[in-house]
Design a protein around this ligand. Structure first.
Ligand code: FES
Ligand code: FE
Length: 442
């Protein structure tokens, strides 16, 4: 039964059930089976300068606080008071020695330990064992080239292994010249209608929509020229683990983007350094556009953007979005890249609004009684011999017009959804019950 968590409704695995975008029961299962069993992106290390610096975000629908500890490691705490569930930390980011719940004043250390309870003796006598009522802590936190990830799953492979082949492509954004990348301070946040998978699958493999969805924005690009048009040939790469990346054959993108001569020259120098650091295929032969790291971390390489789609119910998502620039970029280049990101993919960006409109009107496409019975078409490139124009790329490389990446995304999603999360059976209890002591075992 597809409503029990299988995306595909045909034997060839090319037709997707609309229920995956709208069914409330599937959404609840997904929070446990997909989000509680994947490595989830949390923040970038450049957001944390010193001990006590924190950033609040979400893992699936669970609010969490990411804090830097004295030893430079990160601790990730469920941002929900153990007393009545109040959001303990209501700030987006900052520096703290402790987190004091605004409701009744229980205080937690930055490692999650319950350190103080107002009127403890009068209220509880000797009967409150503070060591059992700390904030739940995410059991595993690891980093890759500045990106901090956490997972509730104690069984899944280490982060590097989970990312697998996608690190080959992530490095183009995170480490083009061996000097790393930085996040421009500040996070854009906005809410949209639509299931989070509408966005994640598009970023995984949908170059196809650009010429239609973004046509007016493409025509208005300042550096656009009929003499040197963008290539129309390119690639999609599907990777085990459900990750996907896509782009076009190489061309001098930075000139077509309308940057100043100064910025173009610096980017040309960066390409030279990138060629030495990453090799020619990644530095010159391909221009990387979009990508998705399963489940919900997406990238826009040439727009210097990294973002996460937080699920907010079956029909809504919230975006957290960062500008990512090479650490070696001088201030003028950083500013140009930041403005380029904002203009295209910030909350009021032209391209961003184009996409948001598609997801807004695709949302609820499975709500109608008749529409619900009509599966969606994911057959592009199916049964075609994949092209091998980039033989050096890891993963399975196909033509730019292919939905192989989306199929790969839903293969992984279906695999996870087919296996109940152990907490679904824990003595009939909901996750978290019986796990006092500051951790939730996955
Ligand atoms: Fe946090 Fe009561 S809800 S102290
Ligand atoms: Fe788009």
């Amino acid at each position: 039964d597809p409503r029990q968590g299988r995306a595909f409704v045909d034997g060839e695995r090319t037709l997707v059930d609309r229920a995956v975008f709208s069914d409330p029961a599937l959404y609840q299962q997904e929070l446990g089976r997909v989000f509680a069993r994947s490595w989830l992106f949390l923040a970038h290390e450049t957001q944390f300068g010193r001990a006590g610096d924190f950033f609040t975000t979400f893992m699936g629908a669970d609010p969490v606080i990411v804090t830097r500890q004295r030893d430079g490691t990160y601790r990730v705490l469920l941002n929900s008071c153990r007393h009545r569930g109040m959001r303990v930390c209501r700030y987006d980011s900052g520096n703290a020695k402790a987190f004091t719940c605004p409701y009744h004043g229980w205080s937690y250390g930055t490692d999650g330990t319950l350190i103080a309870v107002p009127e403890e003796r009068a209220a509880y006598g000797e009967r409150l064992d503070r060591s059992e009522w700390g904030l739940a802590a995410v059991p595993r936190v690891e980093t890759y080239k500045g990106l901090v990830f956490g997972t509730w799953d104690t069984e899944i492979p280490p982060l590097r292994e989970y990312l697998g082949d996608v690190t080959y492509f992530l490095d183009v954004l995170l480490d083009p010249d061996g000097q790393g990348a930085v996040m421009v301070p500040g996070v854009h946040k906005w809410r949209m209608r639509g299931n989070w998978k509408l966005a994640a699958e598009q970023f995984a493999g949908d170059t196809y929509h650009v010429a239609s969805t973004h046509l007016s924005a493409v025509l208005a690009e300042p550096g656009r020229s009929d003499e040197a048009p963008m290539p129309t040939t390119g690639f999609q790469v599907a990777m085990s683990g459900g990750h996907g990346i896509g782009g076009l054959d190489g061309f001098d993108y930075w000139r077509t983007a309308g940057f100043s001569e100064e910025v173009c020259e610096w980017m040309a120098g960066l390409a030279d350094r990138a060629e030495r650091h990453l090799g020619r295929p990644r530095a010159r032969d391909a221009v990387f556009f979009h990508g998705n790291v399963f489940p919900n971390l997406s990238l826009l390489f040439i727009r210097s953007n990294l973002r996460i789609w937080h699920p907010k119910g079956p029909d809504a998502m919230e975006v957290y979005s960062w500008a990512v620039v090479p650490a070696s970029a001088p201030p003028a280049v950083r500013r140009a890249l930041l403005l380029d990101y904002q203009r295209h993919f910030g909350p009021s960006g032209t391209w961003e609004q184009d996409d948001g409109e598609q997801w807004h009107y695709s949302a609820g496409s499975g709500d109608g009684f008749i529409a619900r019975g009509l599966p969606l078409h994911y057959r592009m490139g199916h049964e075609r011999v994949p092209q091998a124009s980039f033989p050096d790329f890891p993963g399975s490389v196909d033509d730019v017009y292919s939905e192989a990446n989306q199929r790969c995304f839903y293969e992984r999603w279906s695999e996870l959804m087919a296996v109940p999360h152990p907490a679904e059976f824990r003595d009939g209890a909901r996750p978290g019950i019986g796990t006092a002591g500051g951790s939730v075992d996955a």
